[in-house]
Write a protein that binds this ligand. Structure first.
Ligand code: URP
Ligand code: ZN
Ligand code: ZN
Length: 458
């Protein structure tokens, strides 16, 4: 199997140049100005187009038992959506119940993806409890190829952990060289605010915001910074939404905490009015909530200047029927705004075309940084001889509109309905094979590989 991509403008984090790329089997084997006289099974004309390394989404939920229901996508529908949108690798959160044995959860999640996913995948291991039995399992799971944990400071009574468990989890992570990704919101404050709002009969989706205001998230980040400072663990704040929590991470970094920050496309383009004024707003209920518009500029700048390392989707799809579970009580609305499919096109349109982010920084934040932080680089996130042939030939002249009528995700709405996009993947390859072409999935379910990763955060 061989693939030749001709005359594209290759964009990586530190170079941009026009060249041909030749791939044999699953790997990039030559990058030269002119590659002729080779026999390729497939030739892609990339003239006038960019060639990006396959995009990596470091935060997705696919199999997700949550808030009394299950997220809607399967690994088939999610990987199809990812590939059509240019994402060739995703990192899914394993979120076990507290009663579940971590090793069983790892095997369950792996079994759900293996043989189903069309794109490559790996997992962050959710630490939703910590005791001697769980600790043994976490060590075994790291040996089996996961080198990142996920903890929740929110969701008390579900995935949330105590401070004692947090300290133990970070201590173990430091010892094993594992980075810890964290959902930062103070769970007790959320519960108290929810009780207060419901007592005042404030039950609509617009009150979700008031149960988790910026200070609740900032306290969570501050809390994580303190524990990371005490243990020396390397940490990563997922779905960072606003100025207040970003400031806590920057303050932590300033005093030597090893912290990296992720934000989401949702926070850059939607604001809290999207969850108002009636129950339709439930579609846009997620945690932390969509924020005041003024935060968008701050998060764009932080992506551009490096204070924020990655731009993720936090894909968590619940359809409108599921959202109705919270019709009379916003605390029962399943949290999540799906964006796995549209993350890259929206980021390119508003970031690169909108002059908010340089095209190389775009590649860095949507691909290379995730690969570097989570032990996938340079196999992924790079266009180099020897890297996996995960490539996105991107057409910057495409014009279109996002709609639930045409998207690939298993969902009856799209929070970005009607948003214009200026650019879309023309061809997407996974390890040398074309998997998506001009908005259509042409890949193979089950071809996606589980990516084993080595610890590197000592
Ligand atoms: O609202 C969200 N973010 N849903 C998915 C679960 C999580 O907290 O990441
Ligand atoms: Zn979260
Ligand atoms: Zn999440």
């Amino acid at each position: 199997m061989s693939l030749l991509i001709k005359n594209g403008e290759i964009i990586t984090t530190d170079e941009r140049y026009t060249a041909d790329i030749f791939c044999e089997d699953e790997t990039i084997t030559r990058i030269e100005r002119n590659i002729d006289k080779v026999k390729a099974d497939e030739v892609v004309d990339a003239k006038g187009k960019y060639v990006f390394p396959g995009f990596i989404d470091p935060h997705v939920h696919i199999y997700l038992p949550f808030m009394g229901t299950f997220a809607k996508d399967t690994h088939e529908t999610a990987s199809r959506a990812a590939l059509v949108g240019g994402t060739t690798t995703f990192i899914e959160m394993i979120c076990p119940a507290r009663t579940e044995k971590p090793l069983d959860a790892f095997e369950l999640w792996l079994g759900k993806a293996q043989g189903k996913s069309a794109c490559d995948f790996t997992f962050h291991m959710g630490v939703t409890r910590f005791d001697p039995e769980a600790e043994r399992d976490f060590k075994e799971i790291v040996k089996r190829g996961l080198s990142s944990f996920k903890i929740f400071l929110a969701y008390k009574g579900a995935f949330g952990i105590t401070d004692e468990e947090l300290y133990a989890a970070l201590t173990l992570a430091k010892k094993l060289g594992v980075i810890v990704t964290a959902h930062c919101e103070n769970a007790d404050l959320v519960l108290e605010l929810q009780k207060k709002l419901l007592a005042e009969r404030k039950t609509g989706p617009e009150f979700h915001y008031w149960s988790r205001p910026p200070v609740v998230e900032a306290e969570g980040v501050h809390h994580l910074m303190t524990f990371a400072e005490m243990t020396g663990a390397h940490v990563y704040t997922v779905h960072t939404s606003c100025e207040e929590s970003l400031a806590e991470a920057i303050r932590g970094k300033g005093r030597g905490v090893n912290v990296w920050v992720e934000t989401l496309i949702q926070y850059l383009l939607l604001d809290r009015t999207s969850a108002e004024p009636n129950f339709e707003g439930a579609k846009n209920v997620m945690s932390p909530p969509l924020r005041d518009k003024k935060n968008q500029e701050i998060m764009w700048k932080a992506l551009a200047d490096g204070s924020v390392s990655t731009l993720a989707a936090d894909h968590a799809p619940f359809d409108f029927t599921q959202k109705q579970m919270g019709k009379d009580d916003f605390t029962k609305i399943p949290n999540g705004i799906p964006s796995l499919e549209d993350r890259i096109n929206l980021y390119f349109t508003h970031g690169v075309k909108g002059n908010k982010i340089d095209i190389q920084r775009f590649v860095d934040t949507a691909s290379a940084q995730a690969a570097k932080l989570f032990g996938l680089f340079p196999r992924k996130g790079a266009i180099q001889v020897g890297s996996d042939a995960d490539l996105v030939v991107y057409d910057p002249n495409y014009r279109g509109k996002i709609s639930a009528k045409t998207h690939q995700m298993n969902l009856d709405y799209n929070s970005f309905e009607g948003f214009e996009i200026q650019g879309r993947p023309h061809v997407v390859t996974v390890r040398g094979k074309v998997a998506a072409r001009d908005g259509k999935f042409v890949g193979e379910f089950g071809r996606g590989q589980f990516l084993k990763r080595e610890p590197s955060h000592f």
